[in-house]
Design a protein. Structure first.
Length: 523
C-alpha cells in the first residue's frame, strides 16, 4: 500500500514540476543566469541547499502529522497565478518570483493541509531569500547604506591622519580615488548577513525580543564592518598600491569581514543570554517539543491518495490553462519607431547639436531598440544634453531604466527631486508632468528633467510603468515606450530658475519634433 502511495506522490510532484518548469522557464533561467551572478546576490546559489536541510530537519514532525487536503490552498494558488500575469505582462521578474512562491504554498496547502504547512513555515518563508530585489529598489536600499558606509570610512581615515574626502561613494585620497561601489563592495554581504541573522534567530532558544534584536543588529553591523574595511583599504593602498582594492586581497577581505561579523553575532547571542538569562525558557521549549512529539507518535501516519483528489484535478486545470494561455497568446507586440533616431535633427530652433554615441557594453546592458544623445548649444554657449531611449517592447528584463537609480552612485547628490508640470501649449492638454532633479557634485551643479512617453501617456515613475505595461499588454498588446531626459549645467552665478526656464523652453521646442519619431497611439 505504501508503494502505491509513493507512486501517486511521485506522479503528482512530477506533473507539478513539469507544469511549473514550463510556466516559469524564462523566470528560472533569468534568476540563475542573471540575478544570481550579480555581486550582491551570488549567495543565492547556497539557499536551495539550506532549504533542503531545513525541511530535512523537520522530516520526523512531517511524517507524524497526517496529510489533510484543504481547499483553502486555492487562495494562494490563484493569487500566485494572478501575480504571474502581473509579472509577465508588466515586465517585472520579482513579481514572477513572488508568484512561484505563492503557487508552491498553495499546492502544499491543497495536498498536505495547514498543520503540515505550519511545520515547515520557516523554510517556506526562507524561499524568498532566493529572490533578488528589483533593480530600482535594490539600488535605493543599498545606495543609502553605501553612502553611509563610505562616510564612516572617510571619518575613520581622517582620524587616522589621512587626507580623505568623499563625493557620493567616491573617496578621494589625494594620490588615488576609491569607488565604494566597485573597490570596496563589502555591502555585498548586507543581505547574506541579514539572512544569517534570521537563521541564527530561528535556531536560538530565546525570547522573541532577543531574536529580533539579533536580526535588526545585522544592518548596522554590516555598515560598520564595511566602514572598517574601507578605512583599512585606504590605509594600505598608499603602502601596497591598487592590489589591496582588487584581486585576492579584495576577495579575502570581504570574506574576512563576513566571518568577523558572524563571530560578532555569536558573541551578541552569548552576551544577551549572560546579561538577561532565559530563566528556564530553554528547558520548557524542549519539554514542549517532546510533549508534542509524544502526542504525534500515537497519531496514525496517513497520506491521502491525492492523485485523483478534486484538489489535484483543479490545480492541474488552473496551471495547465495558465501554461496554454502564456504560450498560445501573444500579449506583447513589437512596435517599431516611425523614424530612426539617426535622422533626429541637429538643429532645433536656436539650438545646434553634436551627436554622441554610447559604449556598446552600455547599449547591451540597457537592451534598448534605438536611442539618441545630442549635446545642443544655444548662441550664448549654454548647453543642454538631450537623451531618448526607445523600447519596441518592454518584456521582463528588457524595460526602461530610471535615471533616479543611475546618477547618485556616481557621486551626484540629489538636493531637490520631485514631480512638476510644465506648460506645453498645443501638446498633451497644454502641460506635461516631468520628474525634476537638482543635482550637485562638489562645485558642479546641474538640473535634470525626465519623463516616460508610454503610448498615449506621460509617466514619471517606475511603479506607473509596471502598472500600465501590464494593462496595455492585456488590452492593446503593446508595451512600447521611451525615456526622455534633458540635463543642463547650472553655470556660475546663475540661478536655478534660469536653468529651469532654459530646459522648459527647449522641451516646448523639441516635443513636436520627437512626436515625428515615436509611434502614434494607434501604432
Amino acid at each position: 500500500m505504501s508503494n502505491r502511495h509513493e507512486i501517486h506522490w511521485a506522479v503528482v510532484i512530477g506533473l507539478y514540476g513539469v507544469l511549473l518548469s514550463l510556466i516559469y522557464y524564462d523566470t528560472i533561467l533569468w534568476l540563475i543566469t542573471h540575478d544570481w551572478i550579480r555581486g550582491d546576490y551570488d549567495y543565492c546559489y547556497l539557499i536551495p541547499a539550506i532549504l533542503i536541510y531545513l525541511i530535512w530537519e523537520k522530516r520526523k514532525n512531517l511524517t507524524m502529522i497526517p496529510s489533510s487536503p484543504s481547499w483553502a490552498g486555492l487562495f494562494p494558488l490563484t493569487t500566485g497565478i494572478i501575480f504571474y500575469w502581473l509579472g509577465n505582462l508588466g515586465g517585472e521578474f520579482y513579481i514572477s518570483y513572488l508568484s512561484s512562491w505563492l503557487i508552491i504554498i498553495g499546492l502544499c496547502w491543497l495536498h498536505m493541509g495547514w498543520q503540515k504547512l505550519k511545520v515547515i513555515w520557516f523554510p517556506v518563508v526562507m524561499i524568498l531569500a532566493m529572490f533578488p530585489l528589483p533593480n530600482f529598489l535594490n539600488t535605493k536600499i543599498t545606495l543609502k547604506f553605501k553612502l553611509l558606509s563610505s562616510q564612516l570610512g572617510v571619518w575613520l581615515m581622517q582620524i587616522w591622519g589621512m587626507s580623505a574626502y568623499r563625493e557620493g561613494n567616491i573617496i578621494d585620497l589625494g594620490f588615488t580615488r576609491l569607488q565604494v561601489v566597485d573597490a570596496c563592495s563589502g555591502l555585498r554581504y548586507l543581505f547574506p548577513l541579514i539572512i544569517l541573522g534570521v537563521i541564527l534567530a530561528y535556531f536560538w532558544r530565546a525570547k522573541l525580543w532577543k531574536r529580533l534584536i539579533l536580526v535588526v543588529s545585522t544592518v548596522p553591523l554590516s555598515i560598520i564592518t564595511n566602514s572598517l574595511r574601507i578605512a583599512l583599504t585606504g590605509a594600505l593602498y598608499e603602502l601596497w598600491g591598487p592590489e589591496v582594492a582588487e584581486g585576492f586581497f579584495h576577495g579575502f577581505s570581504g570574506w574576512f569581514i563576513f566571518m568577523f561579523s558572524f563571530g560578532i553575532l555569536l558573541v551578541e547571542m552569548w552576551g544577551l543570554n549572560k546579561i538577561i538569562p532565559e530563566k528556564g525558557a530553554e528547558q520548557s521549549g524542549v519539554v514542549g517539543k517532546k510533549t508534542r512529539e509524544a502526542k504525534t507518535q500515537n497519531s496514525k501516519f496517513k497520506i491521502q491518495n491525492s492523485f485523483f483528489s478534486p484538489q489535484f484535478i483543479v490545480a492541474v486545470i488552473l496551471l495547465g490553462s495558465t501554461l496554454a494561455l502564456s504560450y498560445g497568446v501573444e500579449f506583447r507586440e513589437k512596435i517599431p519607431m516611425t523614424r530612426s533616431f539617426a535622422e533626429f535633427p541637429l538643429k532645433i530652433g536656436k539650438w545646434v547639436g553634436t551627436r554622441e554615441k554610447m559604449d556598446q557594453k552600455i547599449i547591451d546592458a540597457l537592451d534598448l531598440s534605438d536611442y539618441v544623445i545630442i549635446d545642443y548649444k544655444e548662441p550664448g554657449g549654454k548647453s543642454i544634453n538631450f537623451y531618448v531611449a526607445y523600447y519596441e517592447s518592454q518584456s521582463k528584463g528588457k524595460s526602461i531604466h530610471s535615471p533616479s537609480t543611475c546618477l547618485p552612485a556616481s557621486g551626484w547628490i540629489f538636493n531637490q527631486a520631485g514631480e512638476i508640470r510644465i506648460s506645453t501649449p498645443g501638446y498633451h492638454d497644454g502641460s506635461i508632468p516631468v520628474r525634476r532633479a537638482y543635482m550637485q557634485k562638489g562645485a558642479y551643479r546641474q538640473l535634470s528633467y525626465y519623463w516616460f512617453p508610454q503610448r498615449d501617456r506621460i509617466l514619471t515613475n517606475a511603479y506607473q510603468l509596471k502598472i500600465y505595461n501590464f494593462w496595455d499588454a492585456l488590452i492593446r498588446h503593446r508595451t512600447d515606450g521611451a525615456l526622455v531626459r534633458v540635463i543642463t549645467p547650472i553655470y556660475e552665478q546663475e540661478k536655478i530658475e534660469e536653468a529651469d526656464k532654459r530646459l522648459q523652453e527647449f522641451i516646448r521646442e523639441v516635443l513636436p519634433v520627437l512626436d515625428q519619431f515615436l509611434p502614434t497611439v494607434n501604432g
